[in-house]
Write a protein that binds this ligand. Sequence first.
Ligand code: XUL
Ligand code: CO
Length: 438
Amino acid sequence: MEIFKNVPEIKYEGPESKNPLAFKYYDAEKVVMGKPMKEHLPFAMAWWHNLCATGVDMFGRGVADKSFGAKEGTMEHAKAKVDAGFEFMQKLGIKYFCFHDVDLVPEADDIKETNRRLDEISDYILEKMKGTDIKCLWGTANMFGNPRFMNGAGSSNSADVFAFAAAQVKKALDITVKLGGRGYVFWGGREGYETLLNTDVKFEQENIARLMKMAVEYGRSIGFKGDFYIEPKPKEPMKHQYDFDAATAIGFLKAHGLDKDFKLNIEANHATLAGHTFEHDLRISAINGMLGSIDANQGDMLLGWDTDEFPFDVYTSTMCMYEVLKAGGLTGGFNFDAKNRRPSYTQEDMFMGFILGMDTFALGLIKAAELIEDGRIDEFVKERYSSYYNTEIGKKILNNNTNLKELAEYADSLGKPELPGSGRQEMLEGIVNSVLFK
Ligand code: XUL
Ligand code: CO
């Protein structure tokens, strides 16, 4: 039974098209830098925003109908969401989905019953996957919504809550492996604290690492070959989050010996909440060999929280794709962890959100490839550091072949040194504009 009756299969019609239900830039087969767009851009649908969220906020009830013809809170509804999700992905040509355990089924009081429901729904999803090329990008456990996680999951002060978290991770890993997931995510929703007056930070961080180690051990034992990811976020819900940003998460992973099994899932709106650009956190991940996957969305400069908007800003998607291309692509994909604005509550809006996001990233890909092919930025950066390659003293520094004493003597011999060359930021920004708007 067709659920989105007013929406046809979404096709590429080109930038001149005025059809709101068509792609203007995302042309799946178009080859960019030797690969079709669909391979550069493994897009994913987030179960939670797209199939569950109705626009509830602190001030008002839901506005969007996500019942898909079934009574909410039932297994019929859980299955209707699967039907809706697969029709949605097929109409858009999206090949991946991401889920939390409790996005898939209504959570029961008893975890044994929740797990039974998860078995039932994952059988149903598996059946649906047959005959399509849709796959799971990553799974995760929601360890922040249930009241028991008020003080965190791995970081909880309660050993029983820690055990519940472990049970949920185990089951979510089972389901992820069953659905062939490429990755498994830890977003530390409530892994942080409000006040040091009641918190042992060292204890909590060590316990989070313990939970992650157990996840790696168990995951590998059931044949999970993919990457584990930390998804950094600086605040919301907790004031101090332990996975503040890419650099903090990398330090944590290295300190606890988790860096071989974990990479990062970088979310645009989380990076900007941390006071960074999206591309900053991508670069920090990439240079540490940990750029795994991306939660594609954007925030609002004028608002200080995680607005999870569909990506619209082409400057940012270009700089993102510049990082991704330079890093040689992602082992994960681009999950639209994004939701329609509350007044965009119709089924057509659900599609238009994804069309906007997919077109924004397609444009970003095209423009990033042009920037790389143009070569002026790369050349400038290379030249900027050339004194290390072109001078004797520079080579000595790079080869670890000098010391403070020798460098001090060298500095003495220089008198007043020349200033470093101009950074030429304005010129470089002009190059970006000339490539974007040619
Ligand atoms: C919350 C967020 C999560 C994770 C998965 O800000 O981004 O939805 O992506 O738990
Ligand atoms: Co996210």
